[in-house]
Write a protein that binds this ligand. Structure first.
Ligand SMILES: N=[N+]=NCCCCNC(=O)[C@@H]1[C@H]2[C@H](O)[C@@H](O)[C@H](O)[C@@H](CO)[C@@H]12
Length: 456
């Protein structure tokens, strides 16, 4: 299986998950600093205070990327390093770090893919309502413009947001993520304001001459248990309705406004039942519908649903009250997520058909397994099998006509896995957090071969 000649092979990380140095060079506090330091929120009381110490080790990490033959590296910029309180003057030392990072990547002939927001909102903005406050969307656009003005001469690929669904519904809905708020109306408002921030920022980036702009979403094929292993299975009417609605709430809620400037009716209905639609102002959808070049797809597993009793009220997301989230008849990763490789090709083909105007890139795909470092090696055969299986599906989606531009494995390094802390390892490179020693796992060596052959 040989991929297109210009197919982009890379890896992805995020600022709060790898940088550490949370009080260095004028960095302000983020909602994840607050959340992780609040007892009970993160497994084992872990925080991102040190993480992979990437802030100090970025040159060596880029050397690792070069040895693996990566063509691209997706990283996020910590907004609190750029504007410690989320607005106003720019912190030159914060911006200088990313300036050096970009130059080091270019010197290693690695293309920088910048994510402007990967969940570490400045705490000052959260104190003023966070994403539930419409003004945050405008502050995000200001921040995006300031970063692009400094890096736009060397960075061609820009993602505005990473997974707005997670920011809104895990951050403001069920509180599993920062800022840990549990209010379905706030979640609906936050989803809209995140999208508004995307649209406003995308316009500023385009005005500044950005070459490629993308919105990165966590997405999944929404399937009934029978459909997981039998694509020809026909759901009954109740299950079909639930599948349609959850697809609208998980994926279309974000891609329809961004690509078409419309909301699915299921989103309006969910908002009407959770605080109303007063936050959706005339003209907002036109602002959100800023032209983008790509959709970044983060895929881990399918979303398996059937009609039935929903999650408990404090865990349900608006619109999912009568939805039973089912298990798939499939092996699982250390996160308990089902391993269903063809879910990726089914998703990519569906997105290419629903949004033919934009290209696609797999901006995250990977798995956590209970890795063991022994005699200086990590024989992570399960991760090799996971990546191999999913890459075969990426190839199949391309063969089926999807405009797939590249694949970025999640993640380059073991890192701070949000509410799971450091107990879950997604990296193709092992990190010993006590010594900060990096050891490429077998999956990294395997991935290097895939890149060298441009295929499987
Ligand atoms: N069932 N189930 N769940 C599917 C996943 C729920 C949404 N979480 C993600 O997609 C996060 C994405 C994030 O960008 C990255 O920062 C995270 O480290 C990875 C791994 O967690 C993934």
């Amino acid at each position: 299986m040989i991929f297109p000649e210009d197919f982009v092979w890379g890896a992805a990380t995020a600022s709060y998950q790898i940088e550490g140095a949370v009080k260095e060079d004028g960095r302000g506090q983020s909602i994840w600093d607050t959340f992780s330091h609040t007892p009970g929120n993160v497994a084992d009381g872990d925080t991102g205070d040190v993480a992979c110490d990437h802030y100090h080790r970025y040159k060596d990490d880029i050397g690792l990327m070069r040895e693996l033959g990566l063509a691209a590296y997706r990283f996020s910029i910590a907004w609190p390093r750029i504007q410690p309180d989320g607005e106003g003057s720019i912190n030159p030392r914060g911006l200088a770090f990313y300036d050096k990072l970009v130059d080091e990547l270019l010197a290693a002939e690695i293309s920088p893919y910048v994510t402007l927001y990967h969940w570490d909102l400045p705490q000052g903005l959260e104190d003023r309502g966070g994403w539930a406050n419409r003004d945050t969307a405008y502050r995000f656009a200001d921040y995006a413009q300031a970063v692009h003005e400094r890096l736009g001469d060397r960075v061609s690929d820009w993602a505005t947001l990473n997974e707005p669904w997670v920011s809104a519904f895990l951050g403001y809905g069920n509180g599993v993520h920062a800022p840990g708020r549990r209010d379905p109306a706030y979640a609906m408002r936050s989803a809209h304001h995140l999208l508004l921030g995307h649209g406003l920022a995308a316009r500023r980036l385009r005005e500044g001459g950005a070459q490629r702009i993308m919105l990165v979403v966590n997405s999944a094929p929404v399937l009934t248990p029978a459909q997981v292993n039998d694509p020809s299975a026909v759901p009954d009417e109740a299950d079909a309705a639930v599948v349609h609605r959850i697809h609208a709430l998980l994926t279309r809620q974000f891609l329809d406004p961004a690509v078409y400037g419309t909301y699915p009716e299921e989103v309006i209905e969910a908002a009407e039942r959770n605080g109303g639609t007063g936050h959706i102002q005339d003209g907002d959808l036109a602002l959100i519908n800023a032209p983008i070049d790509l959709v970044g797809v983060n895929y881990y597993n399918p979303c398996v649903v059937e009609a039935g009793p929903g999650l408990p009220a404090d865990a349900a997301w608006p619109g999912s009250e009568d939805v039973k989230f089912a298990t798939a008849d499939a092996p699982t990763t250390a996160m308990g997520w089902p391993i269903v490789p063809d879910g990726l090709s089914r998703l990519l083909v569906r997105l290419s058909q629903d949004y033919p105007q934009v290209g696609l890139m797999v901006t995250e795909n990977g798995a956590a397994f209970d890795d063991v470092l022994e005699h200086g090696r990590v024989h992570d055969a399960q991760r090799v099998a996971y990546l191999d299986g999913h890459l075969r599906e990426v190839w199949r989606a391309i063969e089926a006509g999807a405009d797939l531009r590249g694949y970025l494995v999640w993640s380059l390094l073991d890192n701070f896995e949000w509410a799971e802390g450091y107990r879950r390892r997604f990296g193709i490179v092992h990190v010993d957090y006590g010594t900060q020693t990096r050891v490429p796992k077998d999956s990294a060596l395997w991935y290097r071969g895939v890149i060298g052959r441009n295929g499987l």
